[in-house]
Ligand binder design. Structure first.
Ligand SMILES: *[C@@H]1O[C@H](CO)[C@@H](O)[C@H](O)[C@H]1NC(C)=O
Ligand SMILES: *[C@@H]1O[C@H](CO)[C@@H](O)[C@H](O)[C@H]1NC(C)=O
Length: 317
């Protein structure tokens, strides 16, 4: 149908938090199955006023990684991070609940291009690591996943394009799509800081709104953060887009160190070779590392106390 194709050709949407406006394309893992309870003990449910809002994952006992486009305020009593959960709607003894002491979006996160879509949350206490709550390891700096690599994605969202929410944590597999092909399919919207994943066949399969911030896993490490997808979730013609975590290892370590010694450096200390901001030349730098791209020209910051906003529509280029 011409209309549908036209809409699709205009691109996709950031996988906005589940608390988006009513009628938003809420959905989570599509074409998946329930995860074996507690088989993914690093998964976090980030909740606002008791409702699941975004996914995340535990990377150290006090730190959860998620997407910058999840506007999670810090020190807000209505925000909770729930670890050790399988069914969100019932009390589970395995659950550990924390507040968010710090919520740090990447200084170069750009809501327009959705580049650098990574956020670190410092919990208000240390998680107790046990059978139900464990951390997941990060990849080595700058490693990439080969096209065709089959990964797993997780989420607690709607399981259709029509907003059906699962009772349990869901998971599905997704295959890495070559970045150059993905960039063509997305008309240039895919930066070197992104990974693409899609169903291996015509079955609708993948992530959708509400899965935001969740992990893309391969062999016990997390390589990606759920970032955005096409309008129709699971449609392999618009692969799902993940933040490529390996490009941010230096930044992540810097943030964690800085908050271990808070009286040390200034927040967001400018690095050498300040970025020129979106549109000013090479937006998609080489995999040389975001560390060298942090600087005073950082675009608008996300999060920090702002209310959730309507889903961003990515305009076609
Ligand atoms: C951390 O935040 C949670 C949720 O707001 C709260 O229940 C808990 O008491 C807080 N813990 C500490 C150590 O402040
Ligand atoms: C698509 O591939 C999945 C495995 O990833 C398989 O379970 C499913 O049956 C396949 N569907 C079709 C229509 O071939």
């Amino acid at each position: 149908m011409v209309t549908a194709l036209l809409i699709l050709s205009l691109g996709g949407s950031v996988l906005l938090p589940a608390l988006g406006p009513a009628g938003a394309r809420g959905s989570w893992v599509i074409g998946g199955k329930a995860a074996l309870p507690h088989s993914r003990p690093f998964i976090a449910s980030i909740q606002m006023d008791g409702q699941h809002f975004c996914g995340g994952f535990l990377v150290w006992p006090k730190w959860v990684m998620t997407a910058a486009h999840c506007p999670i305020p810090r020190r807000n009593p209505s925000v909770r991070v729930v670890l050790g959960a399988h069914r969100l709607e019932r009390p589970e003894e395995s659950q550990q609940v924390f507040g968010v002491e710090e919520s740090i979006a990447h200084p170069l996160y750009d809501p327009r291009t959705v580049d650098n879509d990574i956020r670190m949350l410092r919990l208000n206490g240390s998680a107790t690591l046990n059978k139900y709550v464990k951390r997941i390891r990060l990849p080595s700096p700058h490693v990439d996943l080969k096209p065709g690599t089959v990964c797993v994605v997780l989420g607690w969202g709607d399981t259709s394009n029509y907003g059906e929410r699962p009772e349990q944590l869901m998971e599905t597999d997704t295959a890495i799509v070559k970045r150059s092909l993905c960039r063509t399919l997305w008309r240039g919207r895919v930066s070197a800081n992104m990974l693409c994943g899609a169903s291996r066949n015509a079955t609708l399969r993948g992530v959708c709104a509400g899965d935001s911030g969740g992990p893309l896993i391969f062999k016990r490490k997390v390589y990606g953060i759920v970032s955005f997808s096409g309008e129709r979730c699971g449609d392999r013609r618009y692969p799902d887009i993940y933040t490529k975590i390996s490009n941010y290892i230096d930044w992540v370590h810097l943030i964690v160190l800085k908050h271990r010694h808070p009286e040390g450096q200034q927040e967001h200390k400018p690095g050498p070779g300040a970025a020129k901001g979106p549109g000013a030349g090479r937006l998609w730098g080489p995999a040389g590392g975001p560390r060298h791209r942090s600087g005073p020209a950082a675009p608008r910051r996300a999060g920090k106390g702002r209310a959730p906003r309507a889903p961003l529509q990515l305009q076609g280029l």
